[in-house]
Design a protein around this ligand. Sequence first.
Ligand SMILES: [Zn+2]
Length: 190
Amino acid sequence: MSELELLQLGQPLLRRKAKPVSDIHSDRCRQIIELLTEQVIQRQGMGIAATQLGFDQQIFIMCSHPNDRYPDAPEMPITTVINPQILSSSEHQISDWEGCLSIPGLRAKVSRPQSIEVAYTLQDGTKVQTRYDGFLARLFQHEYDHLQGLLFIDRVSSTDDMMTEKVWQQQYASRSRNTAIEGTQHGAAL
Ligand SMILES: [Zn+2]
């Protein structure tokens, strides 16, 4: 199971729009969540979306946690987000660096609303309505985009805001404020 391949930029399924999950208690839903959880833990990511594994279902995992490369990432329990909605977004936008497990080796600066009001369903059926700010708002929006077939590079306003992982590491990794999304401690796969 751990050999499952993550879709990468250029593979058409990554651009497919996910459908709402109709039965969150189905075996299929449970299996997708298991696979996503396994992959995000194995790759030490901060999040992963079902479309990255080729499933067209509106499910993603958020699991922000501080590590060597992301010391300021907030700690959160592994959270399964099903059928997410963004109810409102702040006018104020923040620009910061992102990476993606599906686009290894690339970092880019992306401007996104600083805070968002969201609604989604948890794996046990609990409906959640909450607000995310800063890093978690960015993470949520990055994963939400995946379910629309969008990637962070689609939101880059200038190619000057892109750099390779290696150069990014040299220039930014040692800074204390580091908000890359979906990164790993090893830097090989983002
Ligand atoms: Zn991603």
